[in-house]
Design a binder for this molecule. Structure first.
Ligand SMILES: [Zn+2]
Length: 291
């Protein structure tokens, strides 16, 4: 072979080699890019702060203990049926509820959720923190309580019975999602509201796990709060709740809670339909447990 032809061949081989290497590199690069884009994990939204931004206070809280009244509501509706004493007692009239929210707003209280509550003492709690809880997921708490809180830039915690969603008188799944998206907290109140102290260990864990995962799939966030149906609890139930991954649980024991109270046996203050505004105002600060 002539010298010229040899050089020509060498050049051709070199050009082809670089071209092939370039094409291979291009495909490898694209594959890596595609794989990276495929791994797009669902963002954990636990760290999103639900407290209105103007009330966020940074830095650790140096107080030993902060009182945090946790108010317990069920229905927010006008209802008075002498044949249904239980239902009547669980129904706070909307006018009373609205007056209570106005009172809190005008008297320096800051509504928080259990996320902020658990941040103590790493992050400062506002001066007069208060938690509003709504049990059972009744339609009227969506219609009245949620909309009232939202328009007043306040927040609350809604405990949902996952198996009752969409039944007459109960919220629907999209409504629960809307409440969560508005910055309120959704907690679990089991699948079908049984007395947890009377269940087998297996049935108990089903109630705790499946209600949690169903609600999480609806709202796309982690559920950390639980509420014992009818306040029924014992050591075994408390332990099962903690083992399921909940971080707080509320009872029906009447007392003003605080940051130092046991997180799986948090006391609450029941708000009754007949509570006058002045009684309400006194109760949330001075209530003495009759225990
Ligand atoms: Zn309940």
């Amino acid at each position: 072979m002539e010298r010229k032809s040899k050089i020509k061949l060498l050049l051709t081989v070199t050009v082809i080699t670089f071209a092939v290497a370039g094409i291979v590199a291009f495909f490898i690069w694209n594959k890596i890019k595609a794989d990276t884009q495929k791994y797009n994990p669902v963002v954990e939204q636990n760290d999103i702060k639900t407290t209105p931004s103007n009330q966020i206070v940074d830095g650790p809280d140096t107080r030993n203990k902060v009182p945090v009244p946790i108010l317990m509501y069920h229905h927010i509706r006008n209802y008075n049926d002498p044949n249904d004493k239980v239902g009547t007692n669980l129904s706070v009239p909307p006018e009373n509820f609205k007056a209570q929210i106005d009172y809190l707003k005008n008297n320096g209280f800051t509504t928080i959720t259990f996320r902020e509550f658990l941040d103590f003492p790493t992050r400062k709690l506002p001066d007069k923190p208060i938690i509003l809880t709504f049990d059972d997921g009744y339609q009227d708490t969506y219609d009245v309580a949620f909309h009232n809180l939202k328009s007043n830039e306040q927040i609350g915690v809604f405990y949902i019975i996952s198996g009752f969603l969409g039944r007459p008188e109960f919220m629907t799944a999209p409504e629960v999602k809307e409440i969560s998206d508005a910055g309120m907290e959704i907690g679990s109140h089991t699948i079908d509201h049984p007395d947890l102290t009377k269940l087998s260990a297996e049935k108990l864990s089903t109630e705790l796990i499946e209600s949690k995962s169903k609600l999480e799939s609806i709202i796309g966030r982690t559920i950390i709060s639980f509420c014992y149906p009818a306040g029924q609890q014992n050591a075994a139930v408390d332990a099962a709740v903690a083992n399921t991954g909940y971080k707080t649980a509320t009872t029906t024991n009447m007392a003003i809670s605080s940051t130092s109270e046991e997180k799986f046996a948090l006391s609450r203050l029941r708000i009754n339909p007949e509570d006058s505004l002045s009684y309400f105002a006194d109760k949330i600060v001075n209530y003495k447990s009759q225990k």
